[in-house]
Design a protein around this ligand. Structure first.
Ligand code: AP5
Length: 235
């Protein structure tokens, strides 16, 4: 089955967590612009140097930069059998560019899964998030704790907090999401691609809901965020 999925949603809603599970279950690449940018920052490449200050203050990296890296990645051989986009597109300009990219590559988006939950829950998830500095495995101090405090279950590496998970940066990321990314909910709803998932449930409960959408067994919610204030925080 060719999976071509966009995971859309605010910071901390669980896009990366679910994307990894879907990628493993269906054998398609997980393309995370956040992960690619953090890798560039770690390596100190010109892209990383340009992106670091922007990411640290919770703003978006310029569209032309992100569109360039996604375009290169999606031309990869492994993307022929499908992909999961996590954190891209994030602006209408990026969504338009993705549409043009996919027309050139000969394919389209299968579904846009919009993960939604109330804002207080997002802040809780982000403040407790830890990831392994070696293998990047993700944990949460309360919801998904490692067996041994501060140590990765998978590789024994050290667990660290992301620089942009500090409280003031989180507030800015949420504000940027509302202004620049939330309009994509209406954008994709208008194209008949949007499926809404209540991401406030446990990780193991959210995953089957996404699988049902992928396999066409569930239509998911198809309304807008404003039709579902109970799962968006009603902002
Ligand atoms: P990016 O890395 O994409 O960050 P984000 O979108 O803000 O999303 P997060 O990674 O914070 O959250 P998530 O939804 O993946 O949640 P997760 O699964 O980790 O982007 C970072 C920055 O890069 C941006 O601010 C921007 O500067 C730049 N950037 C990236 N893409 C860009 C683009 N396209 N254009 C311009 N700039 C771009 O889960 C969070 C925590 O909760 C984890 O600890 C997890 O274990 C836990 N958790 C997950 N699900 C559950 C659950 N169901 N129950 C309980 N806990 C859960």
């Amino acid at each position: 089955m060719a999976i071509r999925l966009i995971l859309l949603g605010p910071p901390g809603v669980g896009k990366g967590t679910q994307a990894k599970k879907i990628a493993e279950a269906y054998g398609v690449p997980h393309i995370s612009t956040g992960d690619m940018l953090r890798e560039a920052v770690r390596k100190g490449t010109p892209l990383g140097r340009e992106a670091k200050a922007i990411m640290d203050r919770g703003d978006l990296v310029p569209d032309r930069v992100v569109i360039g890296i996604v375009s290169d990645r999606m031309a990869g051989e492994d993307c022929r059998r499908g992909w999961i986009l996590d954190g891209f597109p994030r602006t209408v300009e990026q969504a338009d560019a993705l549409g043009a990219m996919l027309t050139n590559l000969g394919g389209g988006v299968q579904y846009v899964v919009s993960f939604q939950m109330e804002e207080a829950g997002l802040v809780r998830r982000l403040s407790g998030r830890r990831s392994c500095e070696s293998c990047r495995a993700a944990f949460h101090l309360f919801f998904n704790p490692p067996k041994q405090e501060g140590i990765c279950d998978a590789c024994g590496g050290r667990l660290v907090q992301r620089d942009d998970d500090r409280e003031e940066t989180v507030r800015e990321r949420l504000s940027v999401y509302r202004r620049k990314t939330e309009p994509l909910i209406a954008y994709y709803q208008g194209r008949g691609l949007l499926r809404i998932v209540d991401a406030g449930a446990r990780i193991e409960e959210v995953f089957p809901k996404v699988c049902e959408i992928i396999e066409g067994q569930s239509p998911g919610g198809v309304g807008t965020a404003h039709d579902h204030p109970e799962i968006t925080g009603g902002d």
